[in-house]
Design a protein around this ligand. Sequence first.
Ligand SMILES: Cc1ncc(COP(=O)(O)O)c(C=O)c1O
Length: 369
Amino acid sequence: MALKFEINKNLNPTPTAKREEILLNPAFGQVFTDHMVRIDWTVERGWHDAQVLPFGPIELSPAASALHYGQAIFEGIKAYRLPDGGIATFRPEANAARMQKSAQRLSMPELPKEDFIEAIRVLVNTDKDWVPAAGGEASLYLRPVMFATEATLGIHPSTSYSFYLLASPAGAYFAGGIKPVSVWISEDYVRAAPGGTGAAKCAGNYAASLLAQAQAAEKGADQVVWLDAIERKYIEEMGGMNMMFVYGNREEGNIKLVTPALSGSLLPGITRDSLLTVAQDLGYETAEVTISTTQWKEDIATGKMTETLACGTAAVVTPIGKVMSSHGEFIINNNEAGEITLQLREALTSIQRGIKEDLHGWLYQLVEA
Ligand SMILES: Cc1ncc(COP(=O)(O)O)c(C=O)c1O
């Protein structure tokens, strides 16, 4: 049976003037709205006590097993202000399904999809004034997170968990706007291995990525590119985003959008999946492939490949302009945002923001105009 959410309003919300000032220029993930959702799970009661409550610190035993053994998973999804003033989110059932898969992998209980979506609906309705205005790049970023709360040092699946949903107004993810990023191909570190947790959105994957990201920064790159763990040859993804490669050009009418196949060690991005469909709607061929770093370099050098981009919920679509590794470096599309990259970005964001027809039923209305 679907959970019923109790609403406990924040009696001391952010003053309107302060909130409006924040919304003029939101950074990423720094400020949170006045409320959050909490749902608890125990072996005895399953999911229970669904509530909206004031955003704030939580009480947790220092023995909580999430802190020691890492049973912690999360999601990332956005709410958009529509041109008519209503609010929608994008493919929430896909995030709900991915969180269930992450839960399975980490031996955690699955939150039913309807409760996941209702948590989003209830929180965004409560904090609807925090959703930035239509017409720009800003949105309300939603962060579902679930972790083990049992106070035990025994290594076993926890007997209790909490799910929280946080909301944070977000501007453009990369401060420089839609400028190409530079990447460092990591050969020293891997993000995930076959049989590991790479396809799950679990906290540990991100902890393990930080050192490689620091190395990339040291080398002068914005982001790290992950390779397969075994041969260290095949491209998996970039930082917290999937990657796509554009072959061909408009003049010759032979555009093909290619992305690394879901190997089991890369995260199945919802933006990745959506862009493959959007590209097909635009009349482009698409393919999920295995692509090596050597092939990447060669195809750029011969001009067969014209653009490379990264995609994910937070930054949507970002061009990759410069590739660096211990073997040297190369430039893509004169280090400029490519036309197909920009076209795909525009096509997807205009569906997400209710500007273009939603042919695939991806938008989910949260608040009516
Ligand atoms: C490692 C990783 N890859 C890819 C993605 C892109 O996924 P999505 O498009 O669902 O945001 C994310 C972000 O969630 C990520 O953390």
